[in-house]
Design a protein around this ligand. Structure first.
Ligand code: GLP
Length: 241
């Protein structure tokens, strides 16, 4: 089973993961961080800001985001490019040229997945991938039924995920229907997976991912195939383990 660390709060979990990332960044000439969006990783980014304030230099790291919505206007505040810029790139002083997000523009969307895979391969992959988990069990935007071998590609969001994410938009009608997401196969290539989950609403999906059968109907269960996984949760999210 994955290593599971239960900490008293999201803030404590974020500080813990951020301290680990900062130590790795200080110890190596190069470090590649896989960033996730949604509300779950925000305490980690807060922790990283504290590490930056305490002197860790993040300017040399490279970042790859998990996913992006398709078809949002350039600069839309809820595009994952904008979220990553706001939460990670700017406050941590990353070099924008080293921050990669899948291209969700409609123009050229048919090659967006291949282009992202090529960028990942040319760079040499991800050292540590942050992951949240959706209530459907999705990681990235790999909804139930996604192949464990899948690579970055366009997918359709489930109605449940669009409802979950409607809080970031004025109404559900504005939530895009499609996304470009790293595949489960892409995610499994990262050298270390750190899955975070907070709150009772995630307890069921978390238990299924960590302890349930490995199945394409529970995309999060793909983490069980990876040799180095750390699961960092609060007591509510751990309540079904
Ligand atoms: C989002 C993201 C995922 C995220 C998940 C959970 O839609 N694409 O990367 O892990 O759904 O979101 P949250 O962290 O807001 O609960």
């Amino acid at each position: 089973m994955a290593e599971v660390i239960v900490l008293e709060s999201p803030a404590a979990a974020g500080a813990f993961v951020a301290a680990h990332i900062a130590a790795e960044v200080r110890a190596r000439p190069e470090f590649t961080l896989g960033v996730a969006t949604g509300s779950t990783p925000l305490p980690v980014y807060e922790g990283l800001r504290a590490q930056a304030a305490a002197g860790t230099d993040f300017a040399r790291i490279t970042a790859f985001a998990l996913d992006e919505y398709v078809g949002l206007p350039a600069g839309h505040p809820e595009s994952y490019r904008a979220v990553v810029d706001r939460e990670v790139t700017v406050p941590l002083g990353l070099d924008p040229a080293r921050v990669n997000v899948p291209d969700g523009a409609l123009d050229g969307i048919e090659t967006a997945g291949d282009r992202y895979e090529a960028a990942l391969a040319a760079h040499g992959g991800v050292d540590l991938q942050l992951l949240g988990i959706g209530t459907t069990g999705h990681i990235g935007f790999n909804e139930p039924g996604s192949s464990f071998g899948s690579l970055t590609r366009v997918k359709t969001l489930t109605e449940r995920t669009r409802e979950d994410n409607a809080r970031f938009f004025d109404s559900i009608d504005q939530v895009p229907i499609h996304c470009v997401t790293q595949g489960l196969g892409t995610i499994l290539r990262a050298r270390h997976l750190v899955l975070l989950a907070f709150g009772e609403g995630k307890a069921e999906a978390l238990a299924a991912a960590v302890e349930g059968p490995v199945s394409a109907s529970m995309p999060g269960s793909a983490i069980q195939l990876h040799p180095r996984v750390t699961v960092v949760v609060d007591p509510a999210a751990a309540s079904r383990l």
